[in-house]
Design a protein around this ligand. Structure first.
Ligand code: SF4
Length: 439
């Protein structure tokens, strides 16, 4: 395995890096050479496809993408870019293209906005005239954009197989079942005690399905992002004895630990085991019940990688995302959302070496954007998010040309029964302010 970091300036394209690895022209390594193939090769195969989620189990019934027409599969990169630009020009203000930070460079270059999932969902609101919002990200992000956009706006996901393995780990039926079991332990879930606190406040990370956001909205709960997780937990503790946090155990644990919640009071809820695998006594004592979910991208980062970066680059500044395991966050110099990471690097006034623990597409883009710094991914293996990888310029060209032809492909809609309570949970997040006292 090569441990050569990416020295700035670099070609930010992960696609190009993968091709160089596969042809032997680069000494970098990848988690799978399949990544150099077009994602259409995996659209009809069960599973998340190549990349960081390869080992995860995809739920039955996950959306699959129909076959992408050959004209898009076989086109050269330059031709696809020309077709995208031409279709975008024809559509004008009728379309807005959103690109997540973790998208490949070849897609991001066509985006009107680049950001994290919530920034992008709100960016769509700034274009009330756009009839189509093409969301180059994953399924739950397109759902959130549909929740926040106008009823006449169509949110389009260029490849329906672009889910999110973490979001898929909290299935609505499992969450409903969990809630029923917790009610057997705690009693009626909507009855407050003499201090005005209900037994449990459900909190979901933005990276969850609309169905889960709707569940949370119906049960007095709230949504959080990786930027505001602490504020949201403080909001929840002002209203409930405990928090049920899903789907990402790591964001929940890292945030609650930083607030002083002891690890012993953070039992894990494994949906495949009775009472989530905990005892009644553990659940009674719990402050935060952590759902058994994780991000396969951020789970790849290890303390050994940090030790190696420090040994090879004395003075290196290690910044990781809070979806990383607790030991990694503890060993890093800083932890924060993608927005935090970007701002921290932008704010560095002296040439600095950064080892960054987040998705490779963002890290390579930052390395190219800030050539005065040396910026490399903490994981020496080039291994993008499997589901973000599903969006390729071929799919973007296809959906845009379908729109030009008057058709609306791959529309993502959230039904009103789910959308209404999900919006309530999102609005609570926007209104949340930290209380004066914290637990
Ligand atoms: S990076 Fe992780 S949380 Fe984000 S879409 Fe990929 S699997 Fe989901």
């Amino acid at each position: 395995m090569s441990t050569t970091p990416l020295h700035a300036p670099v070609d930010p394209s992960v696609d190009h890096a993968l091709r160089l690895i596969v042809t032997g022209a680069s000494t970098e390594s990848t988690c799978t050479t399949d990544l150099a193939a077009g994602p259409w090769n995996f659209d009809t195969i069960p599973g998340y496809g190549p990349g960081s989620s390869m080992g995860d189990v995809i739920p039955t019934g996950s959306p699959r993408q129909g076959e992408l027409p050959a004209a898009y599969r076989e086109a050269e990169e330059a031709e696809l870019h020309d077709r995208i630009r031409a279709a975008k020009q024809t559509l004008g203000d009728r379309v807005v293209i959103l690109g997540h930070f973790y998208q490949r460079e070849e897609v991001v270059q066509h985006a009107d906005y680049v950001g994290d999932s919530f920034q992008l969902a709100t960016a769509a609101k700034e274009h009330p005239d756009a009839k189509a919002i093409v969301f180059c990200g994953v399924h739950f992000m397109a759902e959130t954009a549909d929740l926040l956009s106008g009823p006449d706006q169509a949110v389009i996901l260029p490849n329906l197989a672009a889910g999110c393995s973490m979001a898929d780990m909290a299935d609505i039926d499992q969450v409903e079942e969990c809630w029923e079991q917790l009610a057997e332990v705690y009693g009626p879930m909507d009855v407050a005690d003499d201090e005005g606190l209900v037994p449990v406040i459900p909190v979901t990370y933005m990276n969850s399905s609309a169905a889960i956001k709707g569940f949370v909205g119906r049960h007095g709960g709230i949504v959080c992002t990786s930027s505001n997780a602490r504020t949201v937990l403080e909001w929840a503790f002002a209203r409930g004895r405990r928090v049920l946090f899903f789907p990402d155990q790591h964001l929940g644990r890292n945030t609650a630990k930083a607030m002083g919640v002891p690890l012993e009071q953070m039992p894990m809820w494994n949906p495949r085991r009775p009472l989530g695998g905990s005892s009644t006594a553990d659940l009674q004592d719990a402050r935060v019940i952590l759902w058994h979910g994780f991000c396969s991208v951020h789970r790849r980062f290890t303390v050994a990688q940090i030790d190696q970066a420090r040994a090879e680059h004395p003075g290196v500044r290690v910044i990781v995302h809070p979806e990383c395991p607790m030991e990694v966050v503890d060993a890093a110099d800083e932890a924060g959302s993608t927005d935090y990471i970007r701002k921290a690097i932008a704010a560095a006034t002296e040439p600095t070496t950064f080892a960054v623990g987040t998705e490779i597409n963002l890290v390579r883009r930052l390395a190219a954007q800030y050539p005065q710094h040396e910026i490399f991914c903490l994981d020496p293996v080039v291994c993008p998010c499997s589901t973000m990888y599903r969006i390729h310029p071929g799919y973007l060209a296809w959906v845009l040309e379908e729109l030009v032809a008057g058709r609306t492909p791959n529309r993502i809609t959230v039904t009103a029964d789910v959308a209404d309570p999900a919006r309530v949970a999102l609005e609570r997040m926007l209104a949340a302010k930290p209380p004066v006292t914290v637990p």
